[in-house]
Design a protein around this ligand. Sequence first.
Ligand SMILES: NC(=O)C1=CN([C@@H]2O[C@H](COP(=O)(O)OP(=O)(O)OC[C@H]3O[C@@H](n4cnc5c(N)ncnc54)[C@H](OP(=O)(O)O)[C@@H]3O)[C@@H](O)[C@H]2O)C=CC1
Ligand SMILES: CCCCCCCCCCCCCCCC(=O)[C@@H](N)CO
Length: 315
Amino acid sequence: MVSPLISPKPLALPGAHVVVTGGSSGIGKCIAIECYKQGAFITLVARNEDKLLQAKKEIEKHSINDKQVVLCISVDVSQDYNQVENVIKQAQEKLGPVDMLVNCAGTSMSGKFEELEVSSFEKLMSINYLGSVYPSRAVITTMKERRVGRIVFVSSQAGQLGLFGFTAYSSSKFAIRGLAEALQMEVKPYNVYVTVAYPPDTDTPGLAEENKTKPLETRLISETTAICKPEQVAKQIVKDAIQGNFNSSIGSDGYMLSSLTCGMAPVTSITEGLQQVVTMGLFRTIALFYLGSFDNIVRRCMVQKAKPEVVDKTA
Ligand SMILES: NC(=O)C1=CN([C@@H]2O[C@H](COP(=O)(O)OP(=O)(O)OC[C@H]3O[C@@H](n4cnc5c(N)ncnc54)[C@H](OP(=O)(O)O)[C@@H]3O)[C@@H](O)[C@H]2O)C=CC1
Ligand SMILES: CCCCCCCCCCCCCCCC(=O)[C@@H](N)CO
C-alpha cells in the first residue's frame, strides 16, 4: 500500500519550465520572479500585452544565467479551452514540457449578495475557477506521462471561510479546493503534486482595485489579518510547490485556518498530520471568538447605517 505520508522528492527549478497565469502583475509576477531567480524558464500568461512586456523586463533583471528565457503569451484563460490548449502547446514547443503550472490569474468583486450583479457570479466562476481548470487540463497529460509536475492553484483565505461581501468571490475560491483535492488523488501515483495557496490580503494592484468598492464590513473583517507583501507570499508559494505540499499558507492566522479547514485534504508529512490532529480543538475554540467578533462588526455596521434614518424621523 502506498502510504499517504510519503513526502515527494523536491522539484528542481534550475532549467525547469514554469508557466504562471496572471504573471504580469501582483502575486503572479512575484512568483515568476522567485522562480526565475532560482534558474527557471518562465512563460507569463495574461491578457494585456503592455503589462506582459513590462513584467518580462522586470523579471529579466533577476536572471542568474544567460540562457534563461521569459516568454509572454496574451490570452484570456477563462474563455475558450482550445485557445488555452494551443498557447500552452506553443509555449511547450519553445521552452519544453511544463514542469510547474501556477494558476494565479484571478480577480475579485465584493458587495452584498443582493447588490452584486448576477453576471459577477458568472464572471468570477469563469475567471477564478474555469481559468484554473483550462490551463491545468492543458498540461496534465504530459505531466502524467513524464511522471514530473507541479500544479499550483491560488485560492485565498476567503476560500477557507465565507465572509461578508464575498458571496461571489469566496464560492469561486472554494471551488478551487474541490478541484485540487480530486485532482491530487488522481495524479499522485504519477508523481504530480498539487498545491493550493490561501493568501491573506496582499498589497497588489488587484487589492487596490478591490478596495475601491469593498463594503465597510468586508474591510473591517479582512483587517483581522495584516496585509502581506506579494514577494513574501510568492516565496512561500514557490517553496511549498517545490516541496509538493498540498497546503500553502502564511502567518499565524493562515496556519490556524489551514489546520482548522484541513477536512479530508491530502497530507504531505507526518508532522503536518500530527499537528492537525493535536490543534483542531484549540483552533476551533479560537475560531468561535473570531466568528463572534465578525458578527459584531456586521451588527455594528447595520446599526450605524440605520442611525441617519432615525435622526430624520425625529427631525
Ligand atoms: N491581492 C490579494 O489580496 C489576494 C489575491 N488572491 C488571489 O491571487 C491572485 C492574484 O491576485 P493579485 O496579484 O492581487 O491580482 P492582480 O490584479 O494584481 O493581477 C491579476 C493578474 O491576472 C491576470 N488576469 C486576470 N484575468 C485574467 C484572464 N481572464 N485571463 C488571463 N489573465 C488574467 C492579470 O492580467 P490581465 O488583466 O492583463 O489579463 C494579472 O496579470 C488572484 O487569483 C487573487 O484572487 C488571493 C488572496 C489575496
Ligand atoms: C483559528 C481561526 C483563525 C481565523 C482567522 C480569520 C481571519 C479572516 C480574515 C479573512 C481575510 C480574507 C482575505 C481575502 C483576501 C482576498 O482574497 C482578496 N483581497 C482578493 O483580492
